[in-house]
Design a protein around this ligand. Structure first.
Ligand code: SF4
Length: 446
């Protein structure tokens, strides 16, 4: 069936670079690109996901209905509404769906609602949030992915996952084990999904339980301060060869500033532990261009990674991300670092680590980060630019013709009193919380 023949077409957007992909998908499918051009015979285009909850504004011209926050419950209500309204595509169907969907908590209908409340699920155990898709045609081909929790108790100030999925919740180990059993699937590997997997109080039990059944266990990222020797060796016994640590910054001062207090000693001890239990690859994540960062912070990354390489003597990959100010986080008002600054600091780190035989450095494209940051802080004018881009495929011209102020979006420090395009979303925590966290960061940096 052609996409345009479906009643509803849904798109999930995880991060900002999915915005142009979503526009391309809608346009290329033959569905009228702009929601205002759609008629009774066209599908309803719905969208949700982390990026949408942070800031849906750049897509309001293209999407009929947004799901803000976690959609398990709101989507069920939407599906019931669809059944209730019935007679899809009869005269007036679209209008009625939009009007009634706008009353569902956690749903935002552009042109109907002028505010929206983020919805979240209070009891994760009530849901089976596992992926039953085991296919060689996907990245995690033979891995059964199961969610162990949502949100993160750490509250790093740059991190969208911590704010968009507040409060931190876990699925009980018993429920995860039971759902894996009842799904009745054959899988050699299991992946625990969540922003704070190693903060799960039952993580050791879970690893041991699945190890007993001969499964290889995968965890996306581990926190050094809750990695016990037992957990680490269990992970290695279950076949985990790569451990990811994300110090994000090289010095303790910078880590305190971003809200990720981890001591140097603890990080080095974790690397030591990885060496002792036989981990083969260590992945280290750092971020460049953080607020209040100076050139000396690049040196601090070199120093920390060098220290780790003396302790962990197998393969180390250093991954350098670039800070992007995310809507609805304490650093939403902070600017993106200029490409010159980022490139200079990346250069310092690459040079500083070039003599390390077991270290390789990978850095993100600065150009891509700029586009991401524009969508992250953009309003409806960025949506106009997306429309222009779809027609002409030239970003520079698209932004210019839409009147987008790139300088302000990318490089200005915004006033904490300014009205921001995403302020109409009620995140279920006050904006004053973000301001307080920003002030703490400023104090830590001074
Ligand atoms: S520990 Fe990781 S997931 Fe948690 S808030 Fe910090 S960056 Fe985000």
């Amino acid at each position: 069936r052609e996409i345009g023949k479906f009643d509803v077409v849904g798109i999930s957007l995880s991060y900002e670079l999915d915005y142009p992909r979503a526009v391309t998908m809608i346009g290329d499918s033959g569905i009228p690109l702009l929601r205002e051009e759609r008629g009774e015979s066209d599908p309803l285009v719905i969208a949700g996901g982390c990026a949408i909850t942070l800031n849906p504004q750049p897509l309001t011209a293209f999407v009929d209905i947004f799901f803000i926050g976690e959609a398990e419950e709101s989507f069920r209500e939407f599906a019931n509404l669809l059944a209730d309204v019935g007679q899809v595509r009869k005269a007036g169907w679209r209008k009625e769906m939009l009007r009634r969907a706008s009353r569902i908590e956690g749903v935002y209908v552009p042109g109907v609602n002028d505010s929206a409340k983020r919805r979240w699920v209070s009891r994760l155990d009530a849901l089976n949030t596992s992926s039953p898709l085991l296919t060689p045609n996907s990245h995690f081909s033979d891995m059964y992915l199961t969610e162990v929790g949502r949100g993160c108790p750490r509250g790093c100030r740059f991190c969208a996952a911590s704010y968009v999925y507040r409060p931190f919740r876990i699925r009980s180990a018993a429920s995860i084990i039971e759902h894996a059993r009842s799904d009745d699937l054959e899988f050699p590997r299991i992946g625990f999904v969540g922003a704070a997997v190693s903060d799960h109080p039952g993580i050791e039990r879970l690893c041991m339980e699945f190890a007993k059944r001969g499964k290889e266990v995968g965890i996306s990222s581990l926190r050094p301060d809750n990695l016990t020797p037992r957990l680490r060796s269990t992970l290695v016994e279950t076949g985990m060869r790569t451990v990811t640590l994300a110090p994000e910054a090289g010095s303790e001062k910078m880590r305190e500033m971003i809200g990720k207090a981890m001591t140097q000693d603890r990080i080095l001890q974790s690397a030591q532990m990885c060496q002792e239990v036989g981990v083969r690859n260590l992945r280290l994540y750092f971020m460049i261009g953080l607020p209040f960062e100076t050139d000396s912070d690049a040196d601090a990354i070199v120093e920390l990674a060098t220290g780790i390489s003396k302790t962990f003597r197998r393969r180390i990959s250093v991954r350098l991300g670039v800070f992007v100010p995310k809507a609805n986080t304490p650093f939403q008002w902070q600017p993106l670092a200029s490409s010159e600054v980022v490139e200079r600091r990346v250069g310092v780190i690459k040079k500083g680590l070039s003599s390390g035989k077991n270290i390789r450095v990978f850095a993100r494209s600065v150009r891509e980060v700029e586009v991401q940051a524009i969508f992250s802080r953009g309003g409806v004018d960025v949506g106009t630019a997306l429309y222009n881009w779809y027609s002409g495929r030239n970003w520079k011209r698209a932004f210019r013709n839409a009147g987008v102020n790139r300088q302000r979006l990318l490089y200005d420090r915004l006033s904490t009193e300014a009205h921001l395009p995403w302020d109409f979303i009620d995140m279920s925590f006050p904006k004053s919380l973000l301001k307080r966290e920003l002030m703490k960061a400023e104090r830590a940096a001074s």
